[in-house]
Every structure is written in C-alpha cells, then in structure tokens.
Design a binder for this molecule. Sequence first.
Ligand code: NAD
Ligand code: MG
Length: 406
Amino acid sequence: MSVSVQPKMSSASSEVSVTLLGATGSIGSSTIDLLKRQRDRYRVEAVTANRNAADLAKLARELGARFAAIADPAAFDDLKSALAGSGIEAGAGETALIEAAQRPADWVMAAISGASGLKPTLAAVERGATIGLANKECLVCAGAYFMRRAGAAGAQVLPVDSEHNAVFQALGGGRREDVRRVILTASGGPFRTWSAEQIQNATLEQALKHPNWSMGAKITIDSATLMNKGLELVEALHLFKLEHSELDVLVHPQSIVHGMVEFRDGSLIAQLGPTDMRVAISHCLAFPERIDEPAPRLEWSRMATLNFEEPDMDRFPALRLAREAMAAGGAAPTILNAANEVAVGEFLGRRLGFAGIPALVEATLLAAARRGISKEPASIDEAMSVDHISRSLASEALPAIAARAS
Ligand code: NAD
Ligand code: MG
C-alpha cells in the first residue's frame, strides 16, 4: 500500500492550510461544508474553478482565501471585479491553476473533474503536499507515473473516492501480503434492472437520476454506464499497487458497503457508511483523526437488507471495456478515459444516444490500436498527448456512431 500514515500539519501551529482545486463542484462544496464547521482548525489558501467567476469569488470571500484561480481566461476580468477590495489575489488560465496548487497549503483537495485535473494535481504532488484525491482521472490517465512522483516527493495520497476510501480503511485490517482481493461495490446505477434494449434507449434525464448519490453530471452518467466503476478499478490498481486479477466489482444497490478487502483466511473487512461524500472527505481531511458526524449517521433501518450481485458486462459494456483496458495496460486506460469524456460530453449535449457512449469508446480504442498507440505514458505531457490524440480519434468516429445510436 502506498499511503503512509503520518499526518502533516503546519509546523507553527495545529492550523491546517487547505487548497481546493475544483472548489465550485459537488466535491468542492461538500469539502467547504466541512471546512466552515471548523474554521479554527482550517485556513484556506487557494480556490479554483473552471469558468464561473461569480461563484468562485463568493467562495473565496466566504472562506477568506488568499488566491482564486479561474481556468477560463475569458472570465478573468469578471473574477477581478468580483474580488475588488477583498485583498484576494486573482489568476486565470492553466498557469494560475498550477500556481494555486503550488502555493504552500498542507492539504490539497484534488476535485477538478476530468483529465484537466492532472497538471494542477501533479503540481501539488511535486511539492510533497497531502492530497485528498477525488480526481480519479489522475490515476486512470497516468497512474504509474503519478504514484511514482508522489512517492519521490513524499506526498501522501489519500483516497476521497468512497470505494477507495473504504478499501484504504479496510486494508488496515491486515498485512498487504495477506490480501487476496479487493472488492469495489457499485450501486448499479439507475438502469440496474433494465433490459439491454431499455438501456440502449435511455434518455439524458433518466441517466442523470442516480438512485443513491448526488454528484456532478459527468460522474453521474459514468455511474449509469458503469464506466465509473471501470475507471475506479484502474484507480485502485495504482493507488494500492494491485494486480488486475486482485480486483473485483460487486453490485450493491443500497450503497451502504463501499468497499471490502478479502484476506487469505477468507475474512472480509468492509467499510459501511452513509451515502454522503462528506464521510470520505472528512476521513482524508482529518486523517488519521476523525471528525464528529460529517454527515447524518446511518440508520439501522437502511441496513436491514443488503443485496449483492455480479455486474452484467453484456448490459453494461463500458465496464467490460474498462476491465479490458486495465488488463491491456499501457496507454489503453488513458485512451478509454479520453474517449469516454468525449462520449459523455456528447451525450450531455444530446448529440449522442446512451448506447453510443460505450460504442464510441470501443471505436476509439480500436482506432488507437490501429495507430499503434500503446505505450504507457511516462510523463504528464505524454499522458496529455495520448489524451488529445484519443479525443480527435473519438471525434472522427463520432458522426458514424451518433447516426447509429441516437
Ligand atoms: P463537478 O462537475 O461537480 O465539479 C468539477 C469542478 O472542477 C468544478 O469546480 C469545476 O469548475 C472544475 N472544473 C471543471 N472542468 C474544469 C477544467 N477544464 N479546468 C479547471 N477546472 C475545471 O464534479 P464532481 O462531481 O465534484 O467531481 C470532481 C472529481 O471528483 C471528478 O474527478 C470525479 O470523478 C471525482 N469524484 C466525485 C464524486 C462525487 O460524489 N461527486 C465521488 C468520487 C469521485
Ligand atoms: Mg466512487
């Protein structure tokens, strides 16, 4: 296991300085909720967002941040005027996001969505910060490199993703060499009981209705296709240094058991908890301490029935594609992620049907294989280059697939 257990705090006092990459999103908001409850313990250094300058400025003021960075340069003027008189510095563009990550905060929440989170998160890793890692794309697109850099810089990577946070907690139940397998649970999404034909014709509104979790749009669609679980397999592979054969997915519709570790003696250690990301976030924020009730506690009535079933790779081909990409290794997970980001974007824009998402991912993986793109990215630039090529291959394949599956 690559996560060490030394808490890192400011040396001068017990105050912990925090930076939020992706402060305006779903994970960002849940983190802010926790920070606001403990203002005497946490101080905010920097906050970032994509293009909503008004929201970002409001957050920066509320939190007393020192620096606010907006990814979209066109929103810079709005950000500056919204921060006028506050004393909070403003920045825009990728360099400003990287500056936000480089500023001296003890703890950094990596909650930008998608491959855009790679460079800023790595910038925080390189200076040895403690990272609350929500952005799974860092590990999907460049996992081996990312974890190597974290190890070299002494950065502690704490998993925010609920399943990985659960596994991280359960791994404490034994020795690494005694682990037989790691099981990630999946809710099964809104289409768990639907027929293949119904799933193919699912609408955007139906796909956005997650049964248990409230999350950003991209990950909600990924939960409906089960691609999210596929990305999480790759995430777990790197985070916990596992073989792909040591990883399994179990569908668990109640989302109460978040992850399990099976040891060689047959003991299964599971983590259970409410379906509220504040539990996992608080675990990372206070680690190795715990915070009082970050979310309403689990009621026993909700746990009366816990069901588990095998995932169906035929009805959910995205999970099969992700497993194959994980087993293939090399550039395959990076290609899979990029194609999926394009496909989900098109689906959210109503230009591609639900069945088109895995179809576009599969077509892109095949096109990339024909081009001989197979080498594992050995740097973030290489990962971003595979990401860009894969996005153009996906765009090329898109019209034919959209015509078939719209
Ligand atoms: P979200 O869409 O709600 O928020 C994304 C944040 O990133 C926002 O602040 C947005 O402004 C910013 N952002 C988006 N595109 C950007 C870009 N190109 N450049 C810079 N900033 C950009 O997403 P979310 O649901 O909070 O998820 C964030 C990350 O956490 C994702 O990687 C997701 O897979 C992961 N995650 C989320 C959850 C959850 O419950 N929401 C659970 C596990 C993991
Ligand atoms: Mg998850």
